[in-house]
Design a protein around this ligand. Structure first.
Ligand code: ARG
Length: 546
């Protein structure tokens, strides 16, 4: 039983009676009462009547069973306090449910989530960390709610750098496996040659042509590079507890065969303009600083296809898979790129009205100096080394990894944040280790003999506050999924852990009388299960003991 939706059902008929048409009661939890409805305010504006009068009329007309107090407050809010018997009934139903009262959605969607997307033959860096962590939390949550999630790892596995890389691999001859065992060193060596050796540059260019026209030897070497990178990425995902697997790789190369068709169709639809030899789309409403229309370059002047063409083909493909919601978890700097890709796809008819495409952007990870995170030497920070350091400092992998993931997920994704090991590993404050400790602490209560949870009764304010917090789980999960904002769930879990800690301080559990003790153990058990499930949805481990 969901308390918010029960209140919603109580208020909706009364609002409709006053308005003459259905009105959403917009019930929200509130610091002034258990819940609050702001609907009378909007309705008063519509009817041209005093809001407090409307609120009083709604309160008088509503069925108030389960509501112990309703009060008109402020400019015309309705403050609602639910009865303790309703709370205990709701907790009882929640305790009996494996899913903690959160039903699988009655309206499942096919959601395609594009996340991680690292580049082949390059070390994954911190820029891919956020996409990987946020995307995985979204995938886990949507899947748990009953949606049909397709994970897509849009690897950068195609394009001009591969001419240079394959040519370098050819030069080394012999054992390819061995030469690329350290991909970063391999990439850097190829780069140095490319920058310094005219002859190599020419060969690299010819190699791109060979590769793209399907030359078997070039293809085979390219495939080795991709396979080696995929092994490395999977290893990182495994360490991170990220649910991306080998079947989720769908790199840029997969769409190469579709690109001629993309250009032909855009051309037929009159959506392409030639500009300095390149074929560009100029979707409406995109202009640069000087008011000049911005181009989306679909085919470059040299005839090659780039990032945008591939994204158009990938989008069309995902719609073809039956995707109803397409999420792109990619950093904020690519905001305009995706807005333009979506606009061109809509104009071309590849993105039907019922399908939603969203760029799930996020801010940067900053160093202590407030600039983009870099090593002391000024290089990009390698992801693997970052994870090693976190685990080393935390002295347990699940704590170190959990700390990094929670630090990434606990703030609004749109903002930047400073990467600070000391802060994210602290066991107090809004951190992963704090949540893990809170969960383990609750579990530890149950290791005492005879500690069995029983039916919950509510007497103390701290019990009531914890009960309300527990019953807020569904709302937190739902909003996190709908808005693609994992921090809503993270903040909720942190608040729940705090409500538990106040409760535990004020309400003795094991020392209480048998009935009270069983009830408090009931609250503790639900707290542990809710923390565990919520952390699972964020992709953070919740060990029973620390
Ligand atoms: N490989 C890209 C990068 O490193 C990210 C890919 C994002 N996904 C997409 N469909 N463009 O920036």
């Amino acid at each position: 039983m969901n308390v918010e939706s029960l209140l919603h059902d109580r208020l909706a008929p009364a609002l409709e009676a006053v308005a003459g048409h259905p009105v959403d009661p917009v019930v929200r939890s509130s610091p002034h009462a258990d819940f609050q409805s702001g609907a009378p305010l909007a309705l008063a504006r519509e009817l041209g009547r005093p809001p407090r009068e409307i609120a009083a009329e709604v309160a008088a007309k509503a069925d108030l069973s389960g509501i112990s107090d309703v009060e008109v407050s402020g400019p015309g809010f309705l403050n609602l306090t639910v009865s303790d018997s309703l709370l205990t009934a709701a907790l009882k139903a929640t305790a009996l449910d494996d899913r903690l009262g959160v039903p699988r959605t009655g309206n499942p969607h096919r959601i395609v989530i594009d996340y991680s997307g690292p580049n082949v033959a390059k070390e994954m860096h911190v820029g891919h960390l956020r996409s990987t962590i946020i995307g995985d939390a979204l995938a886990r949550t949507a899947e748990w709610l009953g949606h049909d999630v397709i994970r897509v790892n849009h690897l950068g596995d195609w394009g001009t750098p591969f001419g240079m890389l394959v040519e370098h691999l050819t030069d080394l001859g012999g054992d390819a496996e061995h030469s690329i065992s350290d991909l970063t060193a391999f990439y850097q060596a190829a780069r140095v040659k490319f920058d310094g050796d005219e002859d190599f540059r020419t060969r690299a260019r010819l190699r791109v042509v060979a590769l793209q026209s399907g030359d078997p030897v070039s293809r085979e070497l390219w495939r080795k590079l991709v396979a080696q990178s995929e092994r490395y990425f999977l290893d990182v995902y495994h360490r991170l507890g990220v649910t991306l697997g080998p079947d989720d790789f769908a790199g840029e190369s997969r769409y190469q065969g579709d690109l001629d068709g993309i250009v032909a169709e855009l051309g037929e639809k009159g959506l392409l303009t030639e500009s300095d030899g390149a074929l560009c789309a100029f979707p409406d409403g995109f202009t640069g600083r000087d008011g000049v229309p911005l181009p989306l370059i679909v085919r470059k002047a040299d005839g090659g296809y780039g990032y945008a063409a591939t994204d158009l083909a990938a989008l069309r493909h995902r719609v073809g898979l039956g995707g109803q919601r397409l999420l792109y978890v990619v950093g904020a700097p690519q905001r305009i790129h995706f807005a333009m890709v979506f606009a061109v796809a809509r104009a071309a008819g590849w993105l039907p009205d019922g399908v939603i495409a969203e760029h799930i952007g996020f801010g940067s990870i900053l160093g202590a100096d407030g600039k983009m995170l870099k090593t002391r030497a000024g290089d990009t920070v390698k992801l693997a080394e970052l994870l090693d350091e976190a685990v080393g400092r935390a002295s347990a992998p699940e704590i170190g990894i959990g700390a990094i993931k929670y630090a990434d997920l606990s703030g609004d994704r749109r903002g930047d944040y400073v990467f600070d090991f000391d802060r994210m590993l602290a066991i107090t404050g809004n951190t992963g280790p704090y949540l893990q400790m809170a969960h383990a602490r609750v579990r530890s209560i149950f290791r005492k003999a005879g500690a069995e949870p029983g039916p919950v009764t509510i007497a103390e304010p701290a019990e009531r506050a914890l009960a309300l917090a527990l019953l807020g789980f569904e709302a937190a999960v739902t909003v996190a999924a709908e808005q693609a904002e994992p921090h809503r769930l993270a903040v909720y879990l942190h608040d729940l852990a705090q409500a538990f800690s106040v409760f535990y301080e004020r309400c003795p559990v094991l020392r209480a009388e048998p009935d009270v003790r069983a009830s408090r153990l009931g609250l503790a058990d639900l707290t542990a299960r809710t923390l565990h499930t919520g952390m699972f949805l964020l992709g953070i481990e919740a060990p029973d003991e620390i």
